[in-house]
Design a protein around this ligand. Structure first.
Ligand code: ADE
Length: 230
């Protein structure tokens, strides 16, 4: 089986590349794709660069050019739910684009005509993630992720996203990857470890915890592969 593992930033896929050690690097569309194999699984790994447009391009490429049959996203997020703290792991059940706004026409925030506000992740992958996390002694919580082309570092904006989308965490790629995978019928899952609280201190917290939180998320992805190879 061919599995894509995707991050947005180099730091988010580094723990995986360090783990696999040997991989082939392929340059395509201003980006690098890393091919590795792991216990019978064919892996294709990439970071997209930040934002929804880059993430859509990379997810589409992973599927259409490299033939990914499942896609796992690994990275960090800002917490919207006050119960989530730095380092906590979230698996998305559904994702929405918080910066889509055609409310002028009476539509809910996040709504795109002929689409819907939320895209659901693959239930089987979420189920496997819980089993794997339990076996590894990792705490994993399910949540709604709100995605937009903004680093959220403001309490008012944070509260608006939380209350409008009932979202638990915010980041800048997940929902666009979800749209691509849903349209191309590729089962997918988005894992995020919390790096900050999306408040006025978010920038400092992100810089401090990007690497360690990205490692937490990657740890779960690696454990998922052990389960998926069965
Ligand atoms: N990724 C990690 N923290 C974030 C935040 N506060 N806003 C958007 N994306 C993020």
């Amino acid at each position: 089986m061919k599995i894509a593992i995707m991050g947005a930033m180099y730091e988010e896929i580094t723990p995986l590349l360090e783990f696999f050690k040997t991989y082939e690097t392929i340059e395509y569309a201003n980006n690098r794709y890393y091919k590795a194999s792991y216990q019978g699984l064919e892996l294709i790994i990439a970071y997209s660069k930040i934002g929804k447009v880059n993430a859509s391009l990379t997810a589409s490429t992973l599927i259409e050019k490299f033939g990914a049959e499942k896609l796992l996203f690994s990275g960090v997020a800002g917490a919207l739910n006050p119960a989530l703290k730095v380092g906590d792991l979230v698996v998305a059940t559904r994702l929405a684009q918080h910066d889509v706004d055609i409310s002028a026409f009476g539509h809910p925030f996040g709504y795109i005509p002929e689409g819907c506000v939320y895209v659901q992740t693959d239930e089987t992958l979420v189920h496997i993630a819980h089993r794997v996390a339990k076996a590894q002694g990792l705490k994993l919580v399910e949540g709604i992720i709100a995605t937009g082309d903004q680093f959220i570092c403001d309490s008012t904006k944070k509260e608006w996203i939380r209350s409008t989308f009932q979202a638990d965490a915010t980041e800048m790629e997940g929902a666009s990857v979800a749209v691509v995978c849903d349209a191309l019928h590729v089962p997918f899952c988005v894992f995020r470890a919390i790096s900050d609280a999306a408040d006025m201190d978010a920038g400092f917290s992100f810089d401090e915890f990007l690497v360690s939180s990205a490692q937490e998320s990657a740890k779960l992805i690696l454990a998922m592969l052990d389960e998926l190879k069965r």
